[in-house]
Ligand binder design. Structure first.
Ligand code: LLP
Length: 417
């Protein structure tokens, strides 16, 4: 199976491979395509390489931090954006060096800052003046200088779902653009700080270039003003990457995205950092589930109840997110209207309403597509359901379990009466 063919197919592995995985590993189960992840990362890296401009691609681990996925991307030359000490630990165990890591997060606990400072990361993206002061104090006590960037809030509408838009004034992230220069100037001589960059992130599932353009222009202007005022930086970190087409419509190409960011960064002369997550892994994963029941819908059509639910893939319940749902095996059954739902006792536990599917039957395998990003990482054990296993499929159709399903013993090992 060639990488190119995998991308064109709605399923990221053959029906036979998915059937074998379902039989041997059980369902629900996440399945990722290693060649598709590589292909997406290479396409992104190629787009930035073609600009000839200095840059670093820091994969946003929050999208999918499976150890094997993070290690695979390291093999491709990725660096990482981590959002907690837990993610930093995963990165270190996957072989990344502290200098490969930028550390973002709106509420970093003191122990997280202490560890981050001790490790000597590429940059801690500080979210407030107070956080810069805490980093300074921790670094001075340790006798080191911490590399920091300041996250600014550019007041730009990402035009994404409100829950994942982060760049508006009313959002909790960063410091106001107008305050940033003063905050940094007042701290330029702190012995514990090396001020190396400006960070901005306007939101996720961004499907037009305009929000990226506005945010980049605002931080580039800030960086230029800081430079003129005698505070030179090393880099501009322009945050998360492009969205993906979950339903209809298109998104800008990696080339358009890279060219735009570089065009804006170039006059500053500063190296560019981006932190893409979804666009690297989103389309390279699916959630494999089995039909456990079918029953009439009082409205129209039928309910198709899966063994996967909001516990495995929370995006539809949390954001009303759309994910395509397709049968794993081709069939000639008539197409019927279905509400595809999970087993959790909440009506929000619904993957899709009024979907047209070849008449599903109990024990059929269905695939919920584009689940490689913000899927397994957001799974929960609500209802004492096990966390789902994750499987990585290689180019030749061979596959391996990269995380096993948790057992009730795993869960209860943490508890006592
Ligand atoms: N950098 C920062 C600082 C971020 O907060 C994020 C995502 C990224 C990078 C990666 O953005 P991406 O390239 O994936 O768009 N759970 C939500 C998405 C939350 C995203 C949070 N931040 C979902 O399922 O859609």
């Amino acid at each position: 199976m060639s990488g190119a063919r995998l991308v064109e197919s709605p399923l990221i592995a053959s029906s036979a491979v998915l059937e074998a995985i379902a039989r041997e590993v059980g369902t629900p189960c996440y399945v990722y395509s290693a060649p598709m992840i590589r292909e997406r990362f290479r396409a992104l890296a190629g787009a930035f390489a073609r600009t000839g401009y200095p840059h670093a691609l820091h994969y946003a681990m929050k999208a999918n931090s499976a150890l094997a996925v993070v290690a695979l991307l390291r093999g491709e030359g990725a660096m990482v954006d981590a959002n907690s000490i837990g993610e930093i630990d995963v990165a270190l165990r996957a072989g990344y060096a502290p200098r490969d890591v930028v550390f973002t997060g709106v509420g970093k606990a003191r122990h997280e800052l202490e560890r981050a400072v001790a490790l000597g990361l590429k940059a801690i993206n500080a979210e407030s003046a107070g956080e810069l002061d805490r980093i300074d104090a921790i670094a001075q006590a340790a006798g080191v200088r911490a590399r920091v960037a300041l996250r600014v809030n550019p007041d730009v509408d990402a035009q994404s779902h409100p829950h994942i838009s982060t760049g508006l004034k009313k959002n909790k992230f960063g410091v106001a653009l107008d305050d940033a220069a003063e905050i940094l100037r007042a701290r330029r001589d702190r012995p514990g700080l090396a001020i190396v960059g400006i960070h901005v992130h306007v939101g996720s599932q961004v499907t037009t270039l305009e929000p990226f353009r506005k945010a980049a222009e605002r931080v580039a202007a800030l960086a230029a003003a800081l430079h003129d005022g005698g505070l030179p930086l090393d880099h501009l970190d322009l945050g998360g990457g492009l969205g993906i087409p979950y339903e209809n419509g298109t998104v800008p190409s990696f080339d358009e995205y890279a060219a735009l960011l570089v065009e804006i960064a170039r006059p500053t002369g500063l190296a560019l950092i981006v932190e893409p997550g979804r666009s690297v892994v989103g389309q390279a994963g699916l959630l494999l589930a089995r039909v456990v029941d079918v029953k009439p819908h009082a409205g129209a059509g039928r309910f198709v109840i899966l063994d996967a639910g909001m516990t495995e893939l929370m995006r539809p319940a949390l954001y009303g997110a759309y994910h395509r749902i397709v049968p794993v095996h081709e069939t000639t059954r008539p197409v019927v209207t279905c509400d595809v739902v999970g087993p959790v006792c909440e009506s929000s536990d619904t993957f899709g309403r009024a979907r047209e599917l070849p008449e599903p039957a109990v024990d059929d395998l269905l695939a919920i597509l584009d689940a490689g990003a913000y899927g397994a990482v957001m799974a929960s054990a609500y209802n004492r359901r096990p966390l789902p296993p994750e499987v990585l499929v290689e180019e030749d159709g061979t596959w391996r379990v990269i995380r096993r399903r948790t057992t009730i013993d795993d869960l209860l090992a943490l508890e006592q009466i």
